[in-house]
Design a protein around this ligand. Sequence first.
Ligand SMILES: [Zn+2]
Length: 57
Amino acid sequence: MKWLLRRCRRCGRYTLRRDKCPVCGGELYVPHPPRFSPEDRYVAYRYQAKKKAGIIR
Ligand SMILES: [Zn+2]
């Protein structure tokens, strides 16, 4: 599973677009930490762990 989510630098919204923010047209970046590989098979497990820890909702 590839991580397709991008975040806008200007307004902070998340989007699946890769060119620019659909809301304000701002620049996008990939918000996930670089130590997490997009191909990581344990990404779902880590998501659950972070969810439990209250890091993300
Ligand atoms: Zn934006």
